[in-house]
Design a protein around this ligand. Sequence first.
Ligand SMILES: Cc1cc2nc3c(=O)[nH]c(=O)nc-3n(C[C@H](O)[C@H](O)[C@H](O)COP(=O)(O)OP(=O)(O)OC[C@H]3O[C@@H](n4cnc5c(N)ncnc54)[C@H](O)[C@@H]3O)c2cc1C
Ligand code: SF4
Length: 517
Amino acid sequence: MTTFSLDDSSVFVIIGSGAGGGVLSRELASRGHKVVCLEAGPRLTLGDVVNDETEMFNKLTWLDRRMATGKPDPNFPVWGCKTVGGTTMHWTGACPRFEPHEMRALSTYGEMPDATLVDWPVTPEEMADWYDKAETRMGVTGTQGYPHLPPGNNYKVLEAGARKCGYTDMDTHNMAINSIDRDGRPHCRQLGFCTSGCAVGAKWSTLYTEIPAAEETGNFELRPGCMVTGLEVGEDGRIASVTYLSDGKSYTQKARAVSVAGNVVETTRLLLNNRSQRHPDGLANSSGLVGRNYMRHFTIQVMGVMPGKVHFYRQTHLAGVVRDERAHRPERGFAGGFLISTVPFTPEVLAKNMLTGGWGRDLTQVLDKYEYLAGMLLTGEDPPQLDNRITLHPEARDGYGLPVPVIHYEDHPNTIAMKDYAWKAGRRIYEAMGAEQVIEMGDYIPATHNMGTARMGEDPATSVCNPFGRTHDVANLFVSDGSLFPTAGGCNPTLTIVALAMRQAQHIDGELKAGRL
Ligand SMILES: Cc1cc2nc3c(=O)[nH]c(=O)nc-3n(C[C@H](O)[C@H](O)[C@H](O)COP(=O)(O)OP(=O)(O)OC[C@H]3O[C@@H](n4cnc5c(N)ncnc54)[C@H](O)[C@@H]3O)c2cc1C
Ligand code: SF4
């Protein structure tokens, strides 16, 4: 096992071992660079994963105190993980690419009141190559020659209803879930416990893909249970070291360069909380944009009580998608679009969220029909807004003694219009299949897609990071998660996080070799 000294100032320190940090770790280590990855959570094995959503929620989820104002649940506004592998343990594996129009949001949608739309500083053409590499790495089904997953019943209902409604672009989705044995891992068993962490390892998680591959290079040390609290700036204006807590003790690791990949809320907190004379408003925050333009997608659901049994829980959660509404068609009354995917729920989640305030026969007659339920998730683009932001509470502290992050989010009118349309589109699909009852469920899921608080761009006055995720203000500080996204697109973000991390690694490699970092 490789270990590095705390005094070794030649190491590249990566904070977080999830999609962004895990991939960057492997990419840099395999190019011969010395990497230390500091991860707040523990290192589990596949043997620790059980098919029990409640038990795994408690084992994996980031449960430190957070607050919210506006729309999100004030007690649990964001759903992510604190564990080696990060939220790639909980995630469901859907891996669509951003569409070109979504990366050119300002040019395509035009100016939108109260939104800070921009075009991405990376072209769709350049991203296409990195998407190819990311899909190959993750084994994304329906791409790069990997077969699609087989259709489950929930998808068959969705597909048939969608065709009756005139939709044509649908399949069992592009999933980072093995449809064949590959990469030393088995194919998916369709057990349907994807958010518990896949007990057989068919679903891509950095815990058992990128992290072990980085370790095999001999250039990488993972330090689990290490919560980073400080980033220290040296006389030269560069980050000189990183301070972290482990087992109640504080350690300081010297660093050549640092990347933060803590999944938006924690990335933002680290930047804002490390103030100094040189950086009075937080690290890399001369633009005042750190924490602003927070995006999270809307995720609403529609459930149908179907005439026959569906058993919607017996398959991968999101393995089924209708893409027709993803396009930008302003005649619908909003800019951008959304995806319609399959989703199942446990009876417990349904009881809590299906009929808000529901009680008695209204509720039980639907739950009695659990085996007849079909379910869909509608996920759509939300425009960036300056006032949707993450700040630090002036007094409240969490168990580490750090200021509690406060997440403020309100729907933009464009989002409200898109949601109204999406609910109706979903309802039509199940009604076309003869549903006895259709239930439109609210936007109650905590944010699983977090984006935007350290947006990348060419201009230091209007962005936090450059187009490679390097902060404009601190030459050896990078961001490697969804915080970089200038706009949210209408699809799940992780493939893009991985593609950007691979692209960033190539850039860092070049800079390190040229002695510019
Ligand atoms: C239930 C669920 C389903 C999802 N399904 C999908 C899907 O189908 N498709 C999709 O694209 N996305 C999905 N997502 C989102 C996806 O999981 C995230 O986009 C992705 O994991 C983000 O990668 P990341 O590297 O930014 O953060 P993470 O993967 O969350 O990793 C961040 C890591 O940083 C660590 N960390 C944070 N702060 C510190 C600190 N100060 N010190 C040390 N370590 C720290 C955390 O412990 C964590 O391990 C889903 C999310 C959830 C919750
Ligand atoms: S359905 Fe497939 S990916 Fe999901 S938990 Fe089961 S084996 Fe893993």
